[in-house]
Design a protein around this ligand. Sequence first.
Ligand code: PDD
Length: 289
Amino acid sequence: MSEIVWLDGQFLPRDEARIAVDDRGFIFGDGIYEVTRCVDGRLFEGRRHLVRMHAGLEGIRIAATHLPSDAELLALHHELLARNGLTVGQATVYLQITRGAAPRAHQFPAGDVRPTLFLSATRITPAESLRATGARAVLLPDLRWARCDLKTVNLLGAVLAKQRAVEAGAQEAVLHRDGVVTEGSITNVFGVLDGVVRTHPVGTRILRGVTRDVTLELLHAMGQPVEERALLVEELPLVSELFYTSTTQDAMPIVLLDERVIGDGTPGPVARRLGAAFAAALTDPARLT
Ligand code: PDD
């Protein structure tokens, strides 16, 4: 069965989907995206992804006028999953909205340019084998811009960091700026210090991950002390656990940061409890749309 995507008002086979060379997403990276986890055809925390999508649209000033309503977008996600045979098992839906196609000029195009809307769906295999052993990460300077809270398709900072990680045989890069651990290249980062789970507070230096918010809720429900206070680079040698969170990874323990072994080199108790809590959360009807 050929993969079906949604582009500008229609479902079509992936290899027939075409965007204009003038699309501002292609030319300027002028757009936003979302990646939503789906379980048996339903969206995990779908409403939160829509809220963040709207914040992103407002943040880069793309009007929602020509875009489908939230109800229509949810229906599109559901139909896309169905058309791709993804109503059983786990998948992600990728959504991208750009400012549309217009002759190249940096300022917004004049007139009523329609945003480009693209969605695709992919089957995923949850990363359980890596979760069992724990992941490796590298520590790198955060070279990204000053609005990391916006989930824009300008991802060169993430691309370069992730490539460095992969070249080092690692799965993720942990980024730091001004002596502070911000987040991962495509994840949020948490550490356990003196029994307290710490993560960077929301603000312009990190993306407010949907999984980050769920993680905080699960930790609170476990009675685990948590502080939204950034870890300092100089505190990294003291952490008993480190883990990263994202839509596709849930909470992934880091057991090696550069050459430094974290804890005893195996996934720690907080990450293991979170792994079990996520497994339950993913089938919690209250979190599925
Ligand atoms: N990345 N921080 C950054 C910089 C990210 O790119 C992501 C997500 C996250 C985690 O957000 P969430 O929990 O909502 O997935 C944090 C996605 C998955 C990606 O770029 O593919």
